[in-house]
Ligand binder design. Structure first.
Ligand SMILES: C[S@@+](CC[C@H](N)C(=O)[O-])C[C@H]1O[C@@H](n2cnc3c(N)ncnc32)[C@H](O)[C@@H]1O
Length: 243
């Protein structure tokens, strides 16, 4: 495992508390700081789920629920769609959004930890996690528990920040992450810590093939990566093998 993984372990254990504070401004900042690309990333995530035979969906670190709402919009209604998060305020906000969108009978939200997911073994066809695994101190533990929640043949889709492969683009992106993003984040959310924490965790996250190896360590097969928007985010997909 990457030695940088442990550097922010203690901060990561408390990461949900940051979101508990900034929940009101979270969606706005998400759209603003990604220049609206977050809509495209979630749509792409939906296209990689594999289609309509996946009838039960578990979204981890669901936050304000945008992955669930996007998947329902692009893939159709699920028999069961559950969002799990450690932050009560983010989940309450997600529940309010589900009422506004007329989707409250289609989604359930559970307060819980992605390291020890409070759902039955083998009970979901698809598990998603967007911008959550980077906040987990031991990603492989969460990946193993995600594996446990999936039925045989079930798929996991993880959307997470990464860094561009091109050296110049990487430099430009790091300047954005280190100097612009914390300032804009602080101005809008009013929280000094939140968006400084964001750039630190992006820079040390084991993205690309390193993350694929973590997925394989957790037991997933057919692991693939799909870098998007010049590599500033990547979607990872893996399958829980049959049998
Ligand atoms: C950056 S937000 C992502 C929210 C949403 N998935 C999205 O794409 O907008 C990260 C979320 O992870 C949650 N979180 C952090 N640690 C967690 C943990 N151990 N288990 C479950 N959720 C966690 C936070 O509360 C926060 O809502």
């Amino acid at each position: 495992m990457d030695t940088n993984q442990g550097r922010y372990t203690e901060e990561k254990k408390k990461a949900w508390k940051i979101f508990d504070r900034i929940y009101k401004k979270y969606d706005l900042l998400n759209h603003l700081l990604s220049l609206g690309f977050d809509f495209h990333w979630r749509k792409k995530l939906s296209s990689l789920t594999g289609g309509k035979k996946d009838r039960s969906l578990l979204d981890l670190a669901t936050g304000t629920g945008d992955v669930l709402f996007s998947l329902i919009k692009h893939s159709g209604r699920f028999d069961k769609a559950v969002g799990v998060d450690m932050s009560f305020n983010m989940l309450s906000h997600a529940a309010r959004k589900s009422i506004k969108k007329g989707k409250s009978d289609e989604v359930d939200f559970i307060l819980g930890d992605a390291n020890s997911i409070p759902v039955k073994t083998g009970s979901f066809d698809i598990a998603t996690m967007a911008f959550g695994i980077r906040n987990i101190s031991e990603p492989v533990i969460a990946l193993r528990d995600i594996y446990r929640t999936l039925a045989n043949g079930g798929r996991v889709l993880i959307l997470e920040f990464s860094l561009p492969g091109n050296k110049f683009l990487k430099w430009v992106h790091l300047v954005y992450l280190r100097y612009f993003l914390p300032v804009i984040g602080r101005l809008i959310s009013g929280d000094i810590e939140a968006y400084r924490y964001l750039n630190k965790t992006i820079e040390v996250f084991p993205y690309g093939d390193k993350f694929i190896r973590l997925m394989e360590d957790a037991g997933f097969a057919e692991c693939e990566k799909f870098p998007l928007t010049m590599g500033i985010v990547t979607i990872y997909r893996g399958v829980r093998p049959n049998g």
